[in-house]
Design a protein around this ligand. Structure first.
Ligand code: GTP
Ligand code: MG
Length: 557
């Protein structure tokens, strides 16, 4: 019941006599591997959940859960799956009952000549099981291999045994086309999202939903949490105030952890939790793919595809898994998608910290122009950085439009969201406090003032005060470093336009360090460096436009 290894760097499965679980995207491969008792591979209702071959030990079998095959695609995940298939002797071919003929037509030529068992998932979507079962029996007879129907989410013990036993010594599939046809095809029910005009509008609202919800709930939580947290920190800081520096500075100085802590808990934590819950619900319900499909016609002119929207949206939670998930994007849009995530997917830490800065400035409503400008700037950035081929009207949406919407299982949402929140408390929180310690020590040693004086001309270029320099530098390494801008005195003394400008500069000038390293690992160091240079340039242009354009507008009104 354990996962024994990831595939190697090239993505090949281990050489042992393992069974490759292969099929198209989102047909329930991972759910089936899990149901067979093999570990807990991630199973989510969006195309391209699994992005590497992962081996799991299931009793006497080793199952290799492969990424889904996307027909006519040059995606990294399809390549991994096809490479794994080359070396596979035994396969568990997973096809979706709703599109049985289509899946067999596409996949039989790939698995012919291998020992195989066929699992027909989404059996629960077939209404009349009697004739369908008869058809499967005939298919099994013609192919000379077991064909086993299942609802991969809930596999009963007898079906599980049937599958496990069948996998012991399967026969070779000889056919390259299906000898018996089902003749049915069951499509997901159409919703407003598929409406030609209303679909994109609804999809845009749903896309922005997590940010709006995060803002509203962070405001609500802050309303009742702030007095309590402030009272508690006041209580804690009183005795420390008399301690000598630098201890005093590190704890209760301008950038001290006790000074900054409340901002983190009042603003960032609610934002992280709300983002995690909403995005997990979108993924588990299948909404995320349907939103992407609806937005495809609007986004293609800027070089992004519907499938990429899913990844950009994942980036709202954290950029790192979103960048990894672009392995299932097509080759011509992957670099643009990665760049767009790094530039425009304001992760939950970044948005939480931004809200805190606006609140500290006493200008919470700045979040509206912030989000509007961010979306517009991201679209322009994608348009300017995408290759012409990605924007071509001939570049169709490479996605099989058969995501069934499902009521999201609470367990799936909880598993996903609690992972993100745990990560925040275990990894992000200590790093944030580390940043406050560094900033406090620099302030105590007088280095801040020196740096501020040195950087004054640069900040003046953006019409910004010198003391915003250090928070800007720290925030460009870790997005939650933006919180340092909320230090008493920094944003309080700025105008609304300056507050907006500094948040753009600090938030956009570089991707967070972990994202940059992930991009370098996924697409190479040279790509990562070029992307960072492009992003820095774009951030400078956006900040200049906001700072000087905003100042002009304010003067006019
Ligand atoms: N109704 C129904 N839903 C299923 C079935 N099998 C899987 N699902 C759901 O379909 C979605 C996709 O399942 P996964 O197991 O992630 O599919 P996958 O083939 O591993 O997908 P990729 O890794 O993206 O290729 C999840 O939301 C599952 O809960 C099934 O038999 N019936
Ligand atoms: Mg999977």
């Amino acid at each position: 019941m354990t996962m024994i290894s990831d595939c190697d760097a090239a993505g090949s499965p281990p050489a042992s006599a393992s069974i490759l679980v292969i099929g198209k995207e989102s047909v329930g491969k991972s759910a089936l591997v899990r149901a067979l008792g093999a570990g807990r591979p991630s199973s989510q209702n969006f195309r391209g959940t699994t992005v590497a071959c992962e081996s799991y030990e299931a009793g006497r079998h080793t199952l290799v859960d492969a990424p889904g095959i996307l027909r006519a695609s040059d995606s990294e995940t399809t390549r991994l799956a096809l490479d794994a298939l080359q070396d596979a002797d035994r396969v568990l071919l997973v096809v979706q009952a709703t599109h049985l003929d289509e899946d067999l037509d596409d996949l039989l030529p790939l698995v012919a000549g291998r020992r195989a068992v066929v699992a027909v998932t989404f059996w629960d979507r077939i209404e009349d099981h009697g004739p369908a079962r008869e058809m499967l029996a005939r298919l099994s007879l013609s192919l000379s291999v077991p064909v086993i129907p299942v609802d991969a989410r809930f596999v009963p013990e007898d079906a599980r045994r049937w599958l496990i036993d069948a996998l012991d010594d399967p026969d070779v599939i000889e056919h390259t086309s299906t000898p018996v046809r089902a003749g049915w095809r069951i499509e997901p029910r159409r919703t407003l999202l598929e409406h030609r005009l209303l679909g994109p509008v609804l999809a845009t609202l749903l896309l922005l939903g997590p940010a709006v919800l995060a803002v509203l709930s962070a405001n609500a939580v802050a309303g009742w949490l702030e007095p309590l947290v402030e009272w508690l920190t006041g209580l804690a800081s009183e005795p420390i105030a008399a301690w000598p520096g630098p201890l005093n500075d590190v704890l209760v100085g301008d950038y001290g952890c006790i000074t900054m802590g409340p901002l983190l808990f009042v603003w960032a934590v609610p934002t992280v939790i709300v983002y995690a819950l909403v995005i997990a619900a979108y993924k588990a319900s299948g909404l995320v793919d349907r939103i992407g499909t609806a937005l495809h016609p609007l986004l293609r002119p800027v070089g992004l595809h519907g499938r990429d929207v899913t990844r950009v949206m994942m980036g709202f939670g954290c950029n790192v898994p979103a960048v990894i998930s672009t392995r299932s994007c097509v080759g011509c849009t992957r670099p643009t998608t990665v760049g767009t995530i790094a530039f425009g997917s304001a992760c939950s830490y970044q948005l939480g910290a931004t809200l805190a800065v606006f609140a500290a400035a006493g200008r919470s409503s700045l979040v509206v122009p912030y989000l509007v400008i961010l979306v517009l700037a991201t679209l322009v950035y994608a348009r300017l950085t995408s290759p012409a081929i990605a924007r071509s009207p001939l570049n169709a949406l490479v996605v099989e439009q058969r995501t069934f919407l499902a009521r999201p299982a609470m367990g799936a949402i909880w598993r996903e969201a609690s992972g993100t929140v745990r990560e925040f408390f275990q990894k992000a929180l200590p790093i944030f406090f580390g940043i406050t310690v560094v900033a406090s020590l620099l302030a105590w040693a007088g280095a801040l003032e020196l740096a501020a004086r040195g950087l004054y001309p640069v900040m003046a270029l953006f019409n910004l005060p010198a003391d915003s320099a250090l928070p800007t530098i720290l925030a460009s390494v870790r997005k939650d470093g933006l919180l340092l801008l909320a230090e008493q005195g920094t944003v309080e003394s700025m105008t609304a336009v300056q507050t907006l400008a500094v948040v753009f500069l600090a938030g956009l000038v570089l991707p967070c360090l972990v994202t940059a390293l992930t991009v370098a690992r996924e697409l190479g160091t040279r790509f990562a460096l070029a992307m960072m240079a492009r992003q820095a340039l774009a951030a400078v242009v956006v900040t200049l436009a906001v700072a000087w354009g905003g100042a002009l507008v304010m003067k006019a009104v």
